[in-house]
Ligand binder design. Sequence first.
Ligand code: PLP
Length: 418
Amino acid sequence: MHEFRYKRNYLYCEDLKVIDLARKFGTPLYVYSYKTILDHFLKLKVAFREINPLICYSVKANSNLAILRLLVKEGAGLDIVSGGELYRAIKVSCPSERIVYASVGKTDKEIEDAIRRRILFFNVESLSELESVNRISKKLNRITNVAIRINPAVEPKTHRFITTGSLSNKFGIDFQSAFKILKLRKRFKYLNLCGLHIHIGSQITEITPYISAIAKIVNFIRKLKKERVSLEYLNIGGGLGIVYDKETPQTAQEFAERVLPLLKKTELKIILEPGRFIVGNAGILITQVLYIKSTSKKKFIIVDSGMNDLIRPALYGAYHKILPLHITPTAVQKVDVVGPICESADFFAKDRSMPKLKQNDFLAIMSAGAYAFSMSSNYNSRPRALELLVKGDKVYIIRERENYNDLIDREVIPDFLK
Ligand code: PLP
C-alpha cells in the first residue's frame, strides 16, 4: 500500500499533484508520503501488538530528521550503526532507552559516546568489540548493556550484497563462539550481556529463512537457559521485503502470525529493526527528461537524475518502476532510462517498455524511499536533491537542495598552490 496514485491521469502523492511539485521545486526531487510511512509503521505495530515489541526503525534506510522524528513521535526506537546516526537520534530527541547500536566496526569514540548516552544496548559483532566495550565501560565506570549478534548461518535468498546471515559474511558471531562468551560472561565485569540479535539480510521476500533463523535462536536460548544464562532481549533485526516489481513478500500480519509462536516461547522482550518495510514505498524520485537519443541498437532516455541520486540499479541491478507524472495516450517503446553521469552503470532501467516520451517530460522513479537518498553522493560534483514530505494537501521541505558552494565548502587550496 502506498499513497502514490493516478487521478485523472496525473500522479498524486496523497492530495497533491506531483507534477505541480516538480514544477515548483525543480528536479531531481525526492517526495515522501507521511501517511505511507505512518501506515507501514502501524501495520507492524498492530501485527505484533500481542507482545508489544520495541520497533527500532533502521536509520540507514532513510535518515532524514523529519522522517526520524515522525517515527520517534509515534513511539518508535532507532537502530543506529554509527556516531553520525547517534547524533541524528539525539537531534530528534529519541529516548536513549529506545536506541540500539549495531555495526561490525564501531570506533572507541563511537562506543564511548553511546555509553555516555546510555543507549538501550549495543549489538556486538565480535569478541574484540566486546573487549573494547568492556574496557571503555570500565574507564567510564559504567555497566553497559550488550546483545550478541549471532550469525545464524542461513541463506536469506536475496541479493548477495544484502545477505548478512551466512557464515561467509562479516556479520555476527557463530553459535559456538557466542555460547562460550556467554558462559564466560562474568569475565566482562563492565558488561551486562542481556540479549541476542540476528539480522539475516535485506529485501527478504520469503518467510522460510526467517523461520529457520528464529527457530535456531530460540533453541539456542533454551540451551542457554539450561546453563543458567538468562537474557532480557531478543532482537530479530529487519529485512522485510517490499514490492518493487512483481515480488510477493509477506505482509506484516502474515509475518507476525508465523514468527509470534516462536518468539513467545522465549519470554524475552522482542526488538524489530525494520527499515525498507517502513520507508521503501513511501518515497519517489522525480526526474525530468533532458534528451532522447537513438543509436543503431538502443533508444536512450537521458534524465536529470543520476546514480549519485539513486545508486540501487547500479549497485544491485535493482528494479524500480518508472512512471510518467502525466499519462497521455501514446505508443509504447523499449528504452534505456539513463542518467548524465560518466559511468555506464548510471542507469535506472534497461530495455524497459515505456510510453513514448519527449524532452522535458517528468518521470517518477518509484519505491525510492529506502537506501536511496541515504546512499546518495556528490559524484560528478552534482548537488544532492531536494527532499519534500507531503501530508494530505500540505508539503514541507525536509532538506534543501544543495548548491555549488556546498560542494566545495570544506575544500582548501594550500597556500603554496595559490
Ligand atoms: N538491522 C541491521 C543490523 C541492518 O544491517 C539493517 C540493514 O541492512 C537493518 C536492520 C534494516 O534492514 P531493512 O531495511 O532490510 O529492514
